[in-house]
Design a protein around this ligand. Sequence first.
Ligand code: NDP
Length: 329
Amino acid sequence: MTTTITITGAGGQIGYALLFRIAAGDLLGPDEKVRLRLLEIPQGLGAAEGAALELQDGAFGLLEHVEVTDDAAVGFDGTDLALLVGARPRGPGMERADLLAANAGIFGPQGAAIAANAASGVRVTVVGNPANTNALIASAAADGVPAERFTALTRLDENRARAQLAQTLGVPVHTVRRVPIWGNHSATQFPDISHATVGGKPVGDALEQIVGDVPAWLDQTFIPRVAKRGAEIIQVRGSSSVASAASATIDHVRDWVQGTDDWTSAGVVSHGEYGVPAGLISSFPVRSVDGEWRIVEGLELSDWARARVDASVAELVDEREAVRALGML
Ligand code: NDP
């Protein structure tokens, strides 16, 4: 079998980190061949073509074909997995409405091109920010493609949250489970440890022994650290997070295709779960079953957690209204 994968913004930094992981089999395993389509804007074509030459030089056994294009109809032709990475970054002095308008001009046409050209079972993952609302815009423009096929990446936030918890507790990260992200991939996101386990046991007692006042630690240390980790990386590294964002994208798509054995986080369309307005693309605790994301239902939310979820969802509602006001939804 061969899977066709389209990466937009493939000439950018995250694209560069993603391509080689995919070609090496990290996404779909060692038996699945891949055909890559690198979609760029004209200014990005040179970088994408350079990456394609390097892919050739990697002599990857699983890589059947690489195509570079700035034509969305070609880029999404027959695609099974669309990774929408390219987005318009916020420029100096740019208002949020301008940013949303610029991205609506990218993600609307891409959604339409996916509907017209992609494989019938296409799965779309939006990485480019504002990821949740960009996914909503693409989905709204993709006539005939179920809204459940459009998702936004919040897995990096979850990975960061699990890593922070593991480091605080002094345990290996794989032993820390069930730390979902709720809401928007933004500073309002809510990394929720209410149901988290370490080595299969609730995390609360172990955490209290180390940090003392757990609610204060969550408010003042944990949640801000996770939400502002991107800025911390920029400060230390001198440029934005790239490899970790690519790695989380691999985690998201791999789990979506191959299934999960426990909860994870993804921005998926709401049908009203947990009071999140239907149609929004919000992050929830999810499982992947039979190739579909399913929201984990029935979890208790404390008043404190509820307020955090509501604040992040209110931001998503505002973004949707702003895009509607621009006539782009
Ligand atoms: P990156 O590859 O570094 O980032 C791409 C997008 O990912 C940005 O929107 C960025 O958001 C987002 N992102 C999501 N999570 C993270 C994270 N944790 N850390 C960092 N970024 C994150 O950007 P480059 O500028 O290197 O590359 C973008 C490419 O996209 C360019 O080659 C450009 O030509 C192309 N492009 C393609 C388009 C198209 O195909 N139609 C449209 C627009 C651009 P944030 O900006 O908030 O950091």
